[in-house]
Design a protein around this ligand. Structure first.
Ligand code: FES
Ligand code: FES
Length: 151
């Protein structure tokens, strides 16, 4: 067992955890933030992406212990009350989802992309999403949503 002291969506947590608990399981099972999904558990689909100190990270292959002392943002921390983040709005406007399973990870990843590159080209957006799998949409509207958010 280990103690961690972290901030999640602006709120501080001091928790005792198993040494080997994954960040995604910690967030979903211990903290109750189930917006972060598990699609593959093997670092392929990107459904589990959260931000650690502002950078997108696959939480299915990160130990909770590794983020001790860091600042975590999950999909639940992106909107301000009922006001969706511009990227969430753009996904909504462009029907960039069907079942929605991949959506939290894609949105978190897109936010990170636009923090690092304010005006990515279509190729750069597609390349950035290389670590994501959407089984429904065919990606076209996901790219359109990011382009709308850029505009
Ligand atoms: S659940 Fe983490 S990459 Fe698929
Ligand atoms: S919307 Fe269903 S997996 Fe992407």
């Amino acid at each position: 067992m280990a103690k961690i002291d972290i901030k999640i969506n602006g709120k501080g947590y001091l928790e005792t955890i198993d040494d080997n608990i994954l960040l995604v399981d910690f967030l979903r099972e211990k903290i109750g933030l189930t917006g972060t999904h598990v699609g593959c558990d093997t670092s392929q689909c990107g459904a589990c992406v959260v931000h650690v100190n502002g950078d997108s990270v696959k939480s299915c292959t990160t130990l909770a212990m590794q983020v001790n002392g860091k600042d975590i943002t999950t999909i639940e921390g992106l909107s301000e009350g009922d006001n969706l983040h511009p990227i969430q709005k753009a996904f909504q406007n462009n029907h960039a989802l069907q079942c929605g399973f991949c959506t939290p990870g894609l949105v978190m990843s897109a936010v990170d992309l636009l923090q690092k590159n304010k005006n990515p080209s279509e190729d750069e957006i597609r390349e950035w999403f290389e670590g994501h799998i959407c089984r429904c949409t065919g990606y076209k509207n996901i790219i359109k949503a990011v382009q709308e958010a850029i505009a």
